[in-house]
Design a binder for this molecule. Structure first.
Ligand code: FES
Length: 103
């Protein structure tokens, strides 16, 4: 069952940036776009590159630096291949400055 887990401080997530956390063995990235937090699997569904490492953020999309797959960080949808499978997305919140992920 999913639970809310504190992974750090919400202020540590800079605007337009993504940071990955190990949450119960899952690599989950959190980004901030225009003040809104998004949490999503950090592992590209194409060949398992880490999206937060060098992934280029543009609006709510992130482009994998390995082969250019583009995902929507809010929905997990694939917007451009070669990936064909979406990435999982998670609940995320800023509770009094604590960064919490639902995983
Ligand atoms: S591993 Fe991400 S596009 Fe290939």
């Amino acid at each position: 069952m999913a639970e809310w887990i504190t992974v750090g401080k919400a202020d540590d997530i800079a605007e337009g940036d993504a940071t990955a956390f190990d949450v119960n063995g899952q690599q989950i990235a959190v980004s901030r776009v225009e003040g809104t937090l998004h949490a999503f699997s950090d592992i590209c569904t194409h060949r398992q590159c880490n999206l937060s490492l060098g992934g280029e953020i543009d609006g709510t999309t992130i482009e994998c630096e390995c082969h250019g797959s583009v995902f929507d960080m809010a929905t997990g949808e694939v917007l451009e291949g070669p990936a064909t499978e979406p990435i999982e997305v998670f609940g995320v919140s800023d509770e009094g400055g604590d960064l919490k992920i639902e995983a």
